[in-house]
Design a protein around this ligand. Sequence first.
Ligand SMILES: [Ca+2]
Length: 481
Amino acid sequence: MNRFKKIGILFLLTIGTLHAQKDKPLNIVWINADDLGRELACYGEPVVKTPHIDALAKQGVLYTNAYANAPICSASRSSQITGMYPTAVNSLDHRTINMTELPDGIQPITKFFKDAGYFVSNGSGLTMLKGGGKRDYNFTTKVNYDGTDWDQRKEGQPFFAQVQIKYPHRTFSRDKENPVNPDEVRLPACYPDYPLLRADWALYLESVQHCDDIVGKILQKLEDDGLADNTIVFFFGDHGRPHLRDKQFLYEGGLQIPLIIRWPAHLKPNKKDKRLVSLVDVAATSLAISGIKTPYPLHGKVFLGKNKIKRKYVYGFRQRAGDAAENLRSISNGRYKLIWNRTYDRPWMQLTSYKKLQYPAFALYHYLHNKGELKAPYNQFMAETKPEFELFDLKKDPMEFKNLAGDKSCKKIKDKLFQKLSSSLKEYEKNMILEDDVTIAKAKQSSKIYYKKAVQKQKPGLSVDANYEEIVKDWEERLLQ
Ligand SMILES: [Ca+2]
């Protein structure tokens, strides 16, 4: 064989190998941070130190308009793992009491990955995938994972791996190496400036820094395992930040999430993407870019790859959270948001034992309000009832304080959003079983027991019957020393 022929064969062999590598399925990793809002340096948050997540954003695309569709763990996670809205899988009530199987033949997306030959895992970031990760699904259908760590797969097997990070979920953890000074934080404008709230916010940011540490370790593991180049990483929060008017509510702080995607050699690095993305889309997109089809259409929309579609609206869903039974829905086109408070007869600040225990702001608002000292516009949140509709111009009023629902000049947009929301809900809510009074009473009773036990354990010295003034004092002793 002459020299040129040899080189020619070698060239063809090389091309062949490259081609085979290109066609090999890519691995998918979801890094899911519990209760993480967009309070990261790469999203413009001052003071907080998040070098690993910032580096990921530089290597990938940062989504500036990504939203969860339920502002609470279990409902959001049930939606993430099915690619369906939480109402469609009867999973909207937090830790649903009367759990059902997934309806209409709906399956967790893990099944479709497994059927396609993927190793499917769910590991805890805190234990570097040695232990199982948080599930928190509100349905009885089993979600079968093959393991906790991609190391456990067969040689050459592609994987769909979830990494669950318990930070920054409350109870917050101090970061002794990089403490955040409460005097230097930028409190969101939807909260009044009180030392207690600054201290709580600083602790939140320190917990975000713990989250960043773990993200760094997981990305390093991918690198060390030689997998960084053929793995698509999705990093996101399971819903918005764990603060008073945020988590559990359909305001921006409850639904806004960070979303960063690194897809080597496909997505141009260090870019921002302004498109509306819903967290339910991550499932549909992960399957589509892996070439996996589902036997029924998912509610999530594909936003990457050749079959991507533009999403015009994002939806928000809220039902019972602990003792607080609600029925709230929202729709947003990115500029205007309509919230439909179907349970308008009750206050926003009805008792949530979890918030009473964990959120200094819950006690502080009640305490200040009782004294007539909670100022406008913050005191709106203490009203005895809600309006049935709230319409906000997110550009002019990002803190959502000025309700435009009764404004004549906004009638057209309000009607348009309501029409779209109510027609969409006919489809999305058809499998939602509303809890009856007996079930809600059961939830209230168990929340009461939870509060009693937790106070005795976490706050010795504080009476279970302590009033809001006493609870605030207790928080001040804990946080303002
Ligand atoms: Ca959560």
